[in-house]
Design a protein. Structure first.
Lengths: 230, 230, 230, 230
DNA sequence: ATCTAATCGAGACGGTACGTCCTGTCTTGCA
DNA sequence: TGCAAGACAGGACGTACCGTCTCGATTAGAT
C-alpha cells in the first residue's frame, strides 16, 4: 500500500472497502492456491474489484502478499507473562506453532521467504515487517526474566547478538519442525525444546522420552552428565 | 524421474546423457534465475534437449527442482570427526551454513519447501530425500559422542524424538538465520550457537558482543574448540 | 470476429488497426505458406500483434482464414455488361479464373472448403459469405439477358433451381479445371466452355483443338465473342 | 507404397496384413477426424501397428491419404451402357454424386485437393491417380455415342481438349453442388443438368421446375427460345 | 539347420505449433 | 480523479504430432 503518496488531496479518494476486500481475497487465494497459483487477476475478481484497483495499491504480487501476510501476523503478537522464563518460552513456542498451523500463515510465510531468497528488496521488507517485530518478544521475555532474577542483567555489552541468536534458535526450530520436517508441535515437544534451550544438551542426554519430561534441572547441575568431561 | 519405473523392457531406452544434462541445466538456471525465473523451456534449451524430453521425466517444475536440489545435497553429506562433540557441532553448523550460502541450494531449498506447504506428495518427498538423509548426521554425531563418553548411552528409550529435536534445533537455527533473518553465519556465531545448544541459556549469560567472544564458559572446557580463541 | 458482438459498451474497445493488420498478415501468410504452413503465432508476429489479440477475435485457423479469404473475394465482385449473354459469361469465367489464379484465393478457398466437409458451421458460413454472394452474378447476368431479349422472361416458375444449376455448372467447371485438373484457363477455354454452356454438347461436335478454335458454331453467331478469332 | 523397391529379395518380407490394416485405418480416421485431425500415430494405433511400419510404406500424410482415397475410388469405376448418351450421362452424374455422398470420399477428396493447391508433387499424383482414370469414363461414353450415331466421329483433330472440357464440366458441377453449395444431388437435378449439357442454355430457358422435367428436346429445337437471336 | 538381413512392436528423441493463462500496462466511459 | 471493464504486448505453460532414431524380438529365405 504505497503510492497513495504525498501531499496531493484532490480527486476521488480511494475506497477503503477495496483495500480490505483485496487483502482478504489475497489471503484466501493464498491458502487455496499457494504463491505460484495466486494471480492478481484472480485476487481482483475475488475482491469484486478491477485489476487496475489492485495495481494502483500494490505494484506486484510480492508486495501484495507481504502485506496480506504481515497483517495476519500483526494480530497475533502478544506474550502474556506466565510467571517464569521457562513458562514464557513454552508459551511463545506453542503460540507460534499454533500460528503456523493455520494454512494461510504457513503457506504465505514460506512463500514470501522463498521468494525473498532472490529478491533483496523483499528480504528487507520481510525483515522489517516480520522479523524485527517478532524479535520484540525475545527482548520482552528477556527483560522480564532479568527482573525476576532468572537471568543476569546486561553487563554493558550490546545485547543484540544474544537476542538474535535466541530468536533464530526458537523461531528456527519451530519453523523447521513444522514446515520442513513436517511434524506437528504439541505440548510435549514444546516442553522438551524449552528444556534443551534453557539447560543445554549436556544436561539431559536423551533421558527424556516424549511426554515424559525430565525433572526441572536448575542450571543443569547434573553430575552424571558431566562425568566424561574434563 | 518416475514413470520409467514399471518393469517394461521395450522401446528405446531413455538417454542417461539427457538425465544428467537436464539436472545440470536446472541447477545452473536455478542459480541464475531463481525458482520463479526458471522455465522448463529454458532448462530444455540449456540442456540441448527438447522440452518433451524434460516433461517425459519430470511432470513439472517442482519435481525437477527437487531432484536437482537433492542431488546437490547428496554430494555434501559428510561429518568428519573433529575430536569432540562440541567441535563436531560447530563443524556441521558451519558446513551447513556454507552450503546454504550457495545461491542454488538456498533458492532451491526454500522454493521447494514453500511449494511443499500445499503439496503433500512433495512434502513427503522432501522428507525422504532431504530431512531423513541429513538426520543421519545427528545420529552419527550422537553415537560418536557416546563412544567418547561425552553423552551417556541410550537408556532403552527410543532415541528418535531426541534426534528429531536436536536436528530441528540445529537445522532450524541455521536456516532461519540465513534465510529469514538474512544474516551470514560466521565462526563466532557457530561457536556461540554451539555453546547455547550444549550448555543451555541459563549457563550462558549473553555477555558476548559480535566478534567479541564470551569468556570460556564454565563447563565448555574443551581445548580444541577454544583453539582459535583468546 | 464473433465475441465482441453482444451489446456491451464497457472496457477498452478493440483496435481496428489490429483487425486489419491481422487479416492482411493472414492473407500474406496464406500465400507464402499455404493453409497447413500458416500458424497463428506467425500471423500474430507478422501483424505486430500478440497471439492473444488474434485469438480474441478468431477462435481458430479456420475462422481466421475464412474471414481473410471472403474479404479477398468481396473486392472482386463485379460483372461489367459486355453487350451480350455470351460475352458476359465468357467475361465472368475469365474473371473468376483470374481470381483463382492468385495463390491466396486458390489455397484459401480450397482449404476452407475441405475443412467444411466435416464442419457444418463452417459450411454454412461459406455458403452465406461466398456462394450466395457470387450467385448474384448469375442472377444479374440472367436479368440482363432477359432485358436484351436473349432469354425469355420468367414464366412464373421459381427461378432459383435454374440459377443454382447454372451457377454450379459455371463455377464448378472453372474450379475443377483450375484446382483438380490443374490446367490453366485461357481465352480459348473460356470461349469453348461458353459455347458448350449456351449451345449444348449436341450442337458442338468437338472439332476444336487447343489454340485451334472451332469453326463458328451454327447457332452462336455473336459478333462480339468472335472478335478476336479468325 | 513405394520403397519396397528394387531387386533385393532377402530379409523378412513386409506384412500385407499391415498394408490393408493401415489403409483401412487411414480411411476411417479421415472420415472421423478430417485431414487435419488425422495423425500418423493415430492411424498406426488404429491399425494395431507401430508408427515405423506406417512410415516404412508411406513417407508422409499426403502419400498415405492419397493411396487410401484412390483405393476407394478404384472400386467404383464403372459406366454401364444405359442405351443412350443422355442416359449414360445422367447415370454417371448420379453415380459420382452417390460416391461423393460417402463421407470418406467427400472428406478425403477435398482434403487432398486442398493440400494439392500448394504441393506440386501431390497435384500430379492426384492427376494420374484420379483425374486421368476418371477421364476414361468420358472417353468411353463418347466413343459409345459415336457408335450409336449420337455424336459425329472424330474429324481427325485430337479429341483431348474436348474430353477435358466435358470432364471438367460434369465433374465440376457435381463436386461444386455437393461440396461448395452443399446441396444434395437427386434424380431431378441430374436430369436437368444433363439437359443443360446436351441441349445448351439457350434451348431451355428456365422452363423446368424441380422434379418437373421438361420433355426431352431433340437437339434443342425449341423455336421460342431462339426468338431473340440472330 | 543355421545364418542373415529386413521386418516388427515399442517408445524415446529434437522440433514446432498449439491454445490457454497470467503479468503489468493501456484505454475507454461512468461516477 | 477513482473505478470497472476489458483490450493490449509479451512470455511460459503443458500437450500433441511430426518424422527420425534406437532398442530387442521375430521371421522368412538363402545357405
Amino acid at each position: 500500500m504505497r503510492p497513495p503518496t504525498p501531499g496531493k488531496r484532490t480527486g476521488r479518494p480511494r475506497s477503503t472497502d477495496a483495500d480490505r476486500a483485496i487483502l482478504d481475497a489475497a489471503r484466501a487465494a493464498l491458502v487455496e492456491l499457494g504463491w505460484s497459483g495466486l494471480s492478481m487477476g484472480d485476487v481482483a475478481a475475488r475482491a469484486g474489484v478491477a485489476k487496475t484497483t489492485v495495481y494502483r495499491r500494490w505494484a506486484n504480487k510480492s508486495d501484495l502478499v507481504v502485506d496480506a501476510v504481515t497483517a495476519l501476523l500483526d494480530d497475533q503478537l502478544e506474550l502474556p507473562d506466565l510467571g517464569s522464563l521457562r513458562a514464557d518460552i513454552e508459551g511463545v513456542v506453542q503460540h507460534f506453532a499454533a500460528l503456523l498451523g493455520h494454512p494461510e500463515a504457513k503457506t504465505g510465510l514460506m512463500a514470501i521467504i522463498a521468494e525473498a531468497t532472490r529478491d533483496d528488496a523483499l528480504r528487507s521488507r520481510i525483515r522489517h515487517a516480520i522479523v524485527d517485530r517478532q524479535k520484540r518478544l525475545v527482548i520482552e521475555g528477556r527483560t522480564r526474566a532479568q527482573h525476576r532474577g532468572e537471568l543476569p542483567p546486561d553487563n554493558g555489552a550490546h545485547p543484540g547478538p544474544q537476542v538474535d541468536l535466541i530468536f533464530d534458535t526458537i523461531a528456527g526450530a519451530v519453523v523447521h519442525r513444522t514446515l520442513v520436517s513436517g511434524e506437528p508441535i504439541d505440548a510435549a515437544w514444546a516442553h522438551r525444546f524449552t528444556e534443551l534451550l534453557l539447560d543445554g544438551l549436556l544436561a539431559f542426554p536423551g533421558t527424556a522420552g516424549p511426554g515424559m519430561p525430565s525433572p526441572p534441572s536448575v542450571r543443569g547441575a547434573d553430575p552424571s552428565s558431566n562425568a566424561g568431561r574434563a
